[in-house]
Design a binder for this molecule. Structure first.
Ligand code: NAP
Length: 483
């Protein structure tokens, strides 16, 4: 099966923070892959912009090294890297100063799409937006792309939205949540709304509960200072897990277009019930052998920040009343895995008797690793000796089903950047969605602060604190294994 690559229109993409970690690890290698796939027009250009003084040659050298280090494979060989680097330019600008902006303006072409990726600290978003306008660099069709974290609470998110809205229309603002760019996340929508099979069962009458797990094996790494101020709730739940929850729970949009999809997601967030603190478990990993504890990692022996959170969330609407959604995310867990599991109810009556046991269907959507979708169904165990039932997976592993094409599964960042150039906002968060998510998250975090809540400890590389397992056990349910 050969994948179709539809080239995008000609563009100038400016990456503010073009020398930073995210640009080197994700954005620039992603663009290089799109270049190799033939999606970048011949004349499209990428301009790195940052505070330090570099020549274009030095910038190209840095990007070449980053591509060799962070690209999954050598997409189009050394020759291709050279051809991609020829598209790059560099300009020194200070987001907070006036120097360099006229140079940037001089480099921008008329009559092509212009996109500005703000891969810098959020405290600079407002400054960049203002200077792009005051120096008349951005035209009314220009797009800006902003990175997480989009605020640390409702108030700061509102301020960021207001700072951007002073200069750009909502249709020009692309708030990235790279989880939305993952192939399987979009496949979740294809499976839900492209098949008649699932949607009639997609409600509290047939679904017992839904689990969303995003487990990491890494600790806080070099981001200790940031993470200690954020914690798992702000860093993961408010954005990534919330977005997954929305896509799994939303009503079918009337069309697959940006506002139709985002309207439905917003309705889910607004229907979330406040979470009682008995239905949340916070955790912090402990030292293991030579491996430091969370508190050592963040350099604060008294830190009360959570590196793990598990919670039971309810949605107040006709479709989901009574069906719990269990969300779980954490660092230094047993395995790196992201999965959504829809656990269906048992059949209403077993004609095979008690001894055949309970066999619930489970639809699991794996985001990583091994992206794919599995439906667990019950069949007869082969062989003589009566009717014994076993569960087997109906498996759609993308790697097996799609062969070579799966090899080419585009990374979330490259897909999303191409969507920016196409002007398609479907997979980006709208300002009101982000604010609604904070409005739901804030009281939970404030509750912890008021109670001086201390997270439960858990062994590094385990499944998290025992209390998280107990939370489900109390109601006769269990978490899926992290593996
Ligand atoms: P970083 O490695 O610290 O890089 C920051 C970049 O911003 C550098 O290129 C820096 O250039 C530039 N910069 C700083 N101050 C500037 C100014 N006043 N004017 C112009 N440029 C300036 O940060 P990062 O990790 O790439 O993160 C960038 C953004 O992405 C942040 O909002 C972060 O939260 C978000 N993000 C990062 C990751 C990740 O994995 N790294 C993941 C998700 C989201 P100089 O060095 O020349 O100052």
């Amino acid at each position: 099966m050969v994948s179709r690559v539809i080239p995008v229109d000609d563009f100038d993409l400016v990456i503010f923070g073009g020398t930073g970690d995210l640009a080197r690890r994700k954005i620039l290698p992603g663009l290089y892959r799109r270049f190799c796939a033939g999606q970048m027009p011949e004349t499209a250009r990428v301009i790195g912009a940052a505070r330090s003084d570099h020549s274009t040659e030095e910038f190209r050298q840095m990007v070449g090294d980053a591509i060799r280090e962070f690209s999954k494979k050598n997409e189009c060989e050394e020759e291709g890297i050279g051809a991609f680097l020829d598209r790059l330019d560099y300009v020194q600008v200070d987001a907070r100063g006036e120097g360099g902006w006229d140079d940037l303006k001089a480099k921008m072409r008329d009559d092509v799409i212009k996109a500005y990726y703000f891969s810098v600290a959020p405290s600079l978003f407002g400054d960049l937006a203002e200077r792009l306008m005051s120096h008349r660099i951005a035209d009314p069709d220009a797009r800006i792309v902003v990175e997480k974290p989009f605020g640390r609470d409702l108030e700061s998110a509102r301020k960021l939205n207001a700072d951007l809205a002073r200069h750009f229309a909502e249709t020009q603002i692309y708030r990235i949540d790279h989880y939305l760019g993952k192939e399987t996340v979009q496949n979740l929508m294809a499976v839900r709304f492209g098949n008649i099979l699932f949607e009639p069962l997609w409600n509290s009458q047939y679904v017992d509960h839904i689990q969303i797990t995003v487990a990491e094996t890494v600790g806080v790494g070099g981001r200790g200072e940031y993470y200690d101020r954020a914690g798992a709730m702000r860093d993961m739940v408010q954005n990534h897990l919330m977005q997954l929850l929305c896509l799994i729970a939303m009503e079918p949009p009337s069309r697959f277009n940006p506002d139709a999809v985002r309207d439905e997601k917003l309705k889910v967030i607004r229907a979330l019930e406040p979470v009682d603190h008995h239905h949340i478990v916070r955790g912090q990993y402990e030292a293991k052998g030579e491996e430091p504890s969370f508190r050592e990692d963040v350099g604060d022996p008294r830190s009360r920040t959570e590196s793990f959170v598990a919670m039971r969330v309810m949605i107040s609407n006709w479709r989901w009343a009574g069906t719990p959604f269990f969300l779980r995310t954490g660092k230094k867990l047993r395995a790196r895995t992201s999965e959504i599991a829809v656990v269906f109810k048992d059949a209403p009556h077993s004609i095979f008797g008690e001894e055949a046991g309970r066999h619930a269907n489970v639809l699991s959507i794996r985001l990583q690793p091994n992206e794919g979708i599995t439906l667990k169904v019950t069949i007869k165990e082969p062989g003589p000796g009566g009717m014994r039932l076993i569960d087997v997976p109906l498996d759609m592993s993308f790697a097996e089903a799609l062969g070579e094409e799966a090899e080419e599964i585009t990374d979330a960042y490259e897909r999303l950047i191409m969507d920016v150039i196409r002007g398609n906002q479907t997979l980006f968060m709208r300002g009101d969605e982000v604010e609604a998510a904070w409005a739901w998250t804030d009281p939970i975090i404030q509750g912890w602060e008021l109670r001086s809540d201390v997270p439960k400890t858990y062994d590094a590389y385990s499944s998290g604190p025992e209390d998280a397992a107990m939370m489900l056990h109390r109601e006769g349910r269990r978490w899926r294994e992290i593996r």
